[in-house]
Design a protein around this ligand. Structure first.
Ligand code: FCB
Length: 437
């Protein structure tokens, strides 16, 4: 029998959430969106979250119990600047206390500044496609830099700019609800600039601590629906370049190039953009098959259970191999790679240990091939509000009763802890009950 692969001693295991999905008590563009009935799940609770703001200090031991030493969480801009230029000092102080509590508990915060949501005033007054967005953003980012003054943290400035643009500026499914290729490109360029501006501010308050700064980039493995079809193949290449890599390239080379025919296209120079990431953050979930269709937007994407493993409960393909492929692609940036999200909607809680094993195996194989993956943050610490799908999906290592807000460990908690503490990747025990595919 061969020895099981293992993680190096300095490899970081952690978990992730975002403010709107868990905190509760937030009024922002998304709570308005929910109120307007725009979710696929009729059960809108408009910013209720899972009580994480109130229960934060009780949730910290849940992170420790996983053997995790990093926690990715986000600052809710609407909480700290509910009206334009009116800062809520108590909210800032609340975040500072929470970050300090993590540090005391031996958990390094990985702070996200922007995770899809905005204060209510933002899209009406200084939307991303206008240069004024950068004024609002820079003031906010400066305040975030003050919040983090001297703290030992890492930062992912912007979560999944590609998903935000697709949802908010191209498909109209997320706030601000636009479908406008020109505005989408302008917004894309400003988001890249926003990262650069935030990074400059954040480095000023690092005070001798290591403060790695990157983005959390969503990457889907694309494949042609019809392997032989040249247009499906072309779409696959365009998806790879435009969706997966354009942002990372912009932050690497200082030039944003987007080429998504029928959706958006353009080229912009980003001052200060060259080499402006300290690590590459990847959020990986699945593979998507792309098919050319003859009406706009000319792309149809679908999740297919090609290998008969059973889709995840949200309907995404279970495809750990894609993780390995994408991690290897990231070698081109010559930077450490952080997995800033990876996880599955598993409503039974029984499939997640195997999911972890399969994805960790891919990660270690990519490392053996020379990809410098140093960090793995699991999505998510606990069940939470899943955007358009709202309260159906369950991504949590801890199950949350959405009525009582009680947290209960799923079987993956023990497995996570075992691997994170032993550093040895042994397979998880077979589930006692059979997971329903
Ligand atoms: C990612 C988001 C995260 C979560 C997971 C399931 O795209 O960044 O907030 O919703 O998907």
């Amino acid at each position: 029998m061969s020895t099981p692969p293992s993680f190096p001693p300095d490899f970081v295991f952690g978990v992730a959430t975002s403010a709107y999905q868990v905190e509760g008590g937030i009024e922002n563009d998304w709570s308005d969106w929910e109120r307007a009935g725009k979710l696929h799940d009729a059960q809108a609770r408009c910013g209720k979250g899972t009580g994480h703001w109130e229960r934060f200090f009780d949730d910290v031991p849940l992170i420790q119990r996983l053997g995790a030493t990093a926690y990715r969480l986000s600052i809710e801009w609407a909480r700290v600047e509910p009206e334009r230029s009116r800062w809520d000092d108590e909210a800032w102080a609340g975040y500072r206390r929470r970050l300090e509590a993590l540090t005391r508990a031996g958990i390094r915060p990985v702070v996200t500044l922007h995770h899809f949501t905005h204060p209510r005033w933002f899209h009406a007054q200084t939307p991303w496609h206008e240069p004024s967005s950068l004024d609002s953003w820079t003031r906010y980012a400066n305040r975030c830099a003050d919040l983090l003054d001297g703290l030992d943290v890492a930062v992912t400035t912007i979560n999944e700019p590609n998903v935000f643009l697709l949802g908010g500026y191209l498909s109209g499914l997320m706030p601000p609800g636009l479908s406008d290729g020109k505005k989408a490109f302008a917004a894309a360029a400003n988001l890249v600039r926003a990262h650069v501006a935030a990074r400059a501010a954040l480095l000023e308050t690092a005070r001798g601590t290591q403060r790695p700064i990157g983005v959390a980039q969503h990457m889907t493995l694309f494949a042609p629906s019809r392997r032989w079809h040249p247009l499906d193949q072309a779409l696959t290449r365009l998806g790879e370049a435009g969706f997966n890599h354009a942002f990372l390239e912009a932050l690497h080379t200082g030039t944003l190039r987007l080429q998504l025919p029928g959706l958006t296209a353009g080229k912009a120079t980003i001052d200060g953009g060259t080499r402006s990431m300290d690590f590459v953050g990847i959020n990986y979930y699945t593979r998507a098959h792309l098919r050319f269709i003859t009406r706009p937007p000319f792309i149809h994407f679908e999740f297919v259970d090609k290998l008969h493993r059973g889709l995840t409960d949200i309907g995404w393909e279970y495809y750990p191999e894609g993780f390995g492929v994408l991690l290897r692609q990231l070698k081109r940036y010559g930077l450490p790679v952080w997995v800033t999200e990876n996880g599955m909607d598993d409503r039974s809680g029984l499939r997640r240990p195997r999911y972890l094993y399969d994805h960790w195996k891919e990660l270690l194989a990519a490392r053996a091939d020379g990809v410098n993956v140093t960090t793995y943050l699991h999505w998510s610490l606990m069940d939470n509000f899943e955007w358009l799908e709202a309260w159906g999906p369950r991504f949590g290592l801890y199950r949350v009763d959405f009525e009582t807000l009680e947290r209960t460990p799923t079987p993956a908690c023990d497995y996570f802890r075992e691997v994170a503490s032993s550093r040895v990747l042994t397979p998880p025990p077979e589930p006692r009950e059979k997971a329903q595919p």
